[in-house]
Write a new protein. Structure first.
Lengths: 80, 381
């Protein structure tokens, strides 16, 4: 999926954070936004995609897409 | 002209740095070519790991304290005041008290962090913690009168000080209740925000069978967003509810307004190069310890090793040499797995730790280190 297909409402930059920092940054943001918000989580940690995928399934939120960049990933999560 | 190195904060990071620098630059200081100024908002140094033992009656908050002027080398100018602002263009730091303003050639921010239970609604009223003298003392009183029911240890804030303390508290509580003959009347639950029992995978793999063997319930992907203190129920982002009789939380931790306002880090943690510890947002500014946004744990051990590396780096800079010393993320943490056995982990930015088999010897090693820590703070060990 190309980045242009998804409009994020808010971006969380966790590039450089070690595990579990990126997921914790995402959850921290989820606590403060409304249902329907799309969050773009930026992470350079290779465990983040698996962590976010598992957590989204557990919590009922949606991991919409993961976009690879040269030095990080953008993970798009819709808060439900 | 004298090079002034100004250090804000005299916890583990600031004290070890100041004392190591004083040793490296002794000749330059004596010659008037270098100056180390260490500023702290209290007259006492606090060794925070002591607080873990307070709830179990094994230490008191006073055991965590030593007067700074007994720990800090005589070549260091020790100032008691509270920093309120940093101007990285003018290269000055402002203080609340009579110090007023100090200029610097090199600034090191090492103010640490503190807990903020109020960030989670209901937590301050409904929960306990051991991250401070008052919290640890109140928890001691709570545990002393707790003879049965559901004890929940919930990791809410992350990052938090001492990455293994939540596991240690849980395992020590299990042991403590067993020794008091109460364990059959106490249910213990440990909760963690992500999908395993600890952020470091190998530590989670070490802890899981111990938790199972000791009949400690583990809840993962558990992120409290509010606590109902009257109903004694925790509500999570994931939609779970968990009842408790006593809640011990690892509260959210807060960064520094001074850091935010100085433009050094949006979240209150200083954005730094993880190896050189130089702030990315200003020249001649460094950060050490818990206030630094590093890809490693907020642990005293990390602060200790980082301070050693930065001391060499700053000494080179002050002498006009090319600095080569870098911090590699080295951290060594002892882990109490009961009240009379323990283990340890050692890791860096690249390597995950492998916990050793718990033993009584390692437990005594931890207690021994807790005593010899005062040599670490002096820059000796």
């Amino acid at each position: 999926m190309s980045e242009s297909e998804i409009d994020a409402d808010v971006t969380v930059n966790a590039i450089g954070s070690s595990c579990p920092g990126p997921l914790m940054d995402l959850i921290g943001k989820v606590k403060s936004v409304d249902s329907g918000t799309v969050i773009r989580l930026q992470s350079s940690n290779d465990q983040t995609e698996g962590d976010v995928d598992e957590w989204a399934e557990e919590s009922g939120n949606k991991l919409l897409a993961v976009v690879d960049h040269e030095d990080h990933q953008d993970l798009y999560v819709e808060v439900t | 002209m004298s090079e002034r190195i100004l250090i804000v904060g005299a916890g583990t990071a600031g004290s070890v740095l100041a004392n190591n620098l004083s040793e490296h630059l002794a000749d330059e200081i004596d010659a008037g070519d270098a100056e180390i100024v260490l500023v702290n908002d209290t007259e006492e140094h606090v060794y925070k790991p002591t607080w873990l033992y307070v709830p179990f009656g094994e230490k008191t908050p006073a055991d965590a304290l030593r007067p700074l002027d007994e720990l800090i080398d005589r070549r260091i100018d020790l100032v008691i005041d509270r920093a309120t602002a940093v101007d990285t263009d003018a290269k000055t730091v402002s203080f609340a008290g009579e110090t007023g303003e100090l200029s610097y050639d090199h600034l090191v921010l090492a103010m640490g962090t503190s807990v903020s239970p109020a960030e989670t609604p209901g937590l301050a009223e409904g929960g306990h913690h051991f991250y401070g003298p008052d919290g640890a003392t109140a928890l001691r009183e709570e545990l002393a009168s707790f003879t049965g029911g559901h004890l929940v240890l919930s990791v809410i804030g992350n990052p938090h000080m001492c990455p293994v303390a939540p596991l240690e508290f849980t395992l020590m509580a299990d042991d403590w209740f067993r020794n008091r003959g109460l364990r059959e009347d106490v249910d213990i639950t440990y909760t963690y925000p992500i999908g395993r029992s600890h952020g470091i995978r190998s530590v989670a793999e070490w802890a899981d069978p111990i938790m199972e063997e000791r009949n400690i319930n583990v809840e993962t992907f558990f992120n409290p967003d509010r606590v109902d203190p009257e109903a004694e129920v925790i509500h999570t982002v994931e939609g779970q509810e968990l009842s408790y009789d006593t809640l011990v939380a690892i509260p959210p931790h807060e960064g520094s307004d001074l850091v935010r306002e100085a433009g050094l880090g949006d979240d209150g943690w200083v954005d730094v190069d993880p190896n050189t510890l130089e702030a990315t947002g200003a020249e001649d500014v460094y950060a050490l310890g818990d206030v630094a946004d590093l890809p490693t744990s907020k642990a005293g051990s990390a602060a200790h090793y980082a301070a050693g590396a930065l001391a060499k780096r700053l000494a080179s800079v002050a002498r006009g040499d090319v600095p080569t010393s870098e911090y590699d993320g080295k951290t060594v943490c002892f882990i109490e797995s009961g009240r009379d056995e323990g283990t340890y982990i050692a890791f860096d930015y690249e390597e995950e730790p492998t916990p050793k088999e718990p033993s009584r010897l390692l437990h005594w090693s931890k207690l021994g280190y807790n005593q010899s820590y005062w040599l670490t703070a002096r820059g000796v060990l």
